[in-house]
Structures are given as structure tokens and as C-alpha cells.
Design a protein around this ligand. Structure first.
Ligand SMILES: Cc1ncc(COP(=O)(O)O)c(C=O)c1O
Length: 325
């Protein structure tokens, strides 16, 4: 199967790519499975993270449409919203971010970084996450009425266009695995709003990657399966590759712990193991939980071949009090 030609798709170069693929020999020995890290915590904007890759395509499109302000939303500690606001600035756009709930009393982590960036921040006043969607829409309408041209992006940036960023990442990874002689690795990762996994699943359907396993840290497994498949189908349409199959969407459930945005005991243990063996810090809401799932599966003998673990970033939340995540 020929590789997709991504060169015709609007893209703004933001990241420092490719990110490194590095062996994790001491962790591999501990878990009894060959593990490598794909270091997407080193994508180069701000403190790095997976969201830089979709932003290259989302902001490329926004610039092509001559947008002048980015509107999105999430919770106050979202890595997505911080990176979207930061990358928007880098492209000369203003940014408005809508958060659910009320303004937290402690300004820390990603929220603290928004004050440095100069993001306009709004709150829904309602703790339900979905309330953000309506405020994003109202904000966009107000901006249009004021003569602005907003690019409006959903929570997590989870869109088929953004997911092209992880098709590009898969092409990058395939070159790296072939250079180091790593055959048929399974990619493990944390799944939240599902855009990252969608891009990787589109890459599986296009024959670029063998297999992807997403560990849900937020939504139910059924919701993830549906979202990943829908987003990946849209991505495949945009880049002209075969439609993904439901059987290519693998979701591992059971590792959310006390809830989305709360650290879990298993995640803390897994992050400590990685820090002590490989000198790498995994963020509590995403990577730590995915690593806990991988360690458990490895301990059960359910993981046989080599694994590439996607280190997807989240450095700002390493310093946030649990409960405020
Ligand atoms: C550090 C980190 N890892 C993983 C994810 C999950 O990515 P996605 O929302 O595309 O599923 C996120 C989402 O914000 C994240 O911030």
C-alpha cells in the first residue's frame, strides 16, 4: 500500500520533529517485555506533548482560512488548551479558552501558564465537562459578531483533521523502528478525547503501523471505540487511505482510578518505576495510568512482542496538587 501524501494538506510547522525513539532497557528488564519510548513529550512547543502534532494541521488550516483568533475549551489543567493557546500565539492569533466550573482558587500548572501566554479565559460556572461546548459556541458567535474570524476547536482538539498529525507521527515512527531493527512493535498510549488514537488507527488501516492499544483515562471504553472509529474514518477520508475497521480499535479499560484528572495509586507506582529505571517523569492523569495498564498486562504475560510506549507529555501537571488536576 502506498503511503498517504500529506504534502498537499495545510500544515504549520510547530514541532521539533522527529521526536526521539529511545530504548528503555532497565524498565524492559523489570517488566520482562522489550519497551521503547516515543518521546512526544519533546515535541518542542512550550513543555512539549502530543497536542503539538494535531495543532500543526489545525493551525495550518486556520491560517489558510485567515482566522485571527482561536477558541477552544476544556478543564483548567488541560494540556490541550494551554498548547492550543500557546501555538495560536506563535501563529499570530489571539486565543480564548472556555473552562468548565468556576475559577480555581489556586493558580498552578497549565492555568498558571495561561497567564503567561495572555489567554482570555472564561468559565461556565458548571462542573459538568460538556458545558464547555456551549460556551465555545457562544464565544465564537460573539467574536464573529464583533468582526473576528475564529477557528473553533472542540475539547482536546479531537478532530479528523487534527488526527492527521498522528498519521504523520506513525510515518516518522515506522522509519525509526526500521532504523533500529524493531519489528512489529505494538504502540501503547493513553487515550482521552480520542484524537491521538484516531490518527494512529488511521495509520494502522493504511498499513503504516502494526497495532495500537489505547488505555482510556477518561471515557468509557464503548464511547472511546465509537469516537476513535468515527474520527479515524474522517481522517482516512481526508488523506485518501482505506477506512479503518472496528477491529483495529483496541481500548483497554479499568485504569481511570478515582476519576479523570485524579492520580491513581497504580499510576503513581508505575510512574515511580519509570522514573527510577529510565529517568523519565510520566504525568499522573495520562501516561502514568497507561503505563500502569501496560505493566499489569506484561505481568500477566499478555504482552509478548516489543512495545513502543507513547510518552505524550503533560509536564505542567506534574506539579499540580492532586484533586486540582
Ligand atoms: C499528556 C496527554 N497525554 C495523552 C492525551 C490523550 O490524547 P487524546 O485527547 O488525543 O486522546 C492528552 C490529552 O489531552 C494529554 O494531554
Amino acid at each position: 500500500m502506498a503511503d498517504p501524501d500529506l504534502s498537499a494538506i495545510a500544515r504549520e510547522c510547530l514541532g521539533t520533529l522527529p521526536t526521539p525513539l529511545i530504548a528503555a532497557p532497565r524498565l524492559s528488564e523489570e517488566l520482562g517485555v522489550e519497551i521503547w519510548f516515543k518521546r512526544d513529550d519533546l515535541t518542542g512547543i512550550g513543555l512539549g506533548g502530543n497536542k503539538v502534532r494535531p495543532l500543526e494541521f489545525l493551525l495550518g488550516d486556520a491560517l489558510a482560512r485567515e482566522c485571527d483568533v482561536l477558541v477552544t475549551g476544556s478543564g483548567p489543567q488541560s494540556n490541550w488548551s494551554m498548547l492550543a493557546a500557546l501555538a495560536a500565539r506563535r501563529c499570530g492569533l489571539d486565543s480564548v479558552v472556555c473552562f468548565y466550573g468556576d475559577a480555581p482558587t489556586t493558580v498552578q500548572g497549565n492555568l498558571l501558564l495561561h497567564s503567561t501566554i495572555g489567554t482570555t479565559v472564561k468559565y461556565t460556572g458548571d462542573p459538568s465537562r460538556a458545558t464547555v461546548d456551549a460556551l465555545i459556541e457562544v464565544t465564537a458567535q460573539e467574536l464573529r459578531a464583533a468582526g473576528r474570524n475564529p477557528v473553533v476547536l472542540p475539547r482536546g482538539g479531537a478532530t479528523s483533521r487534527g488526527a492527521i498529525g498522528y498519521v504523520a507521527a506513525a510515518l516518522e515512527l515506522r522509519d525509526q523502528t526500521s532504523t533500529v531493527g524493531l519489528e512489529n512493535p505494538t504502540l501503547w498510549m493513553a487515550t482521552g478525547s480520542c484524537g491521538t488514537q484516531a490518527g494512529l488507527v488511521a495509520a494502522v488501516a493504511a498499513g503504516i503501523l502494526p497495532e495500537v492499544i489505547g488505555v482510556t483515562v477518561s471515557r468509557t471504553a464503548d464511547e472511546c471505540r465509537e469516537r476513535v472509529l468515527t474520527l479515524a474514518t474522517g481522517t482516512a477520508e481526508l488523506i485518501g487511505t482505506p477506512a479503518p475497521l472496528a477491529t483495529q480499535v483496541n481500548i483497554v479499560d479499568g485504569w481511570i482510578g478515582p476519576g479523570y484528572g485524579y492520580a491513581s495509586t497504580e499510576g503513581r507506582d508505575a510512574a515511580a518505576l519509570v522514573a527510577r529505571t529510565e529517568a523519565l517523569f510520566l504525568d499522573p492523569p495520562f501516561c502514568a495510568k497507561a503505563m500502569a495498564a501496560l505493566a499489569f498486562a506484561a505481568g500477566n504475560g499478555d504482552v509478548t512482542g516489543p512495545v513502543v510506549f507513547l510518552v505524550s507529555g503533560g509536564a505542567p501537571t506534574l506539579f499540580v496538587q492532586d484533586g486540582d488536576l
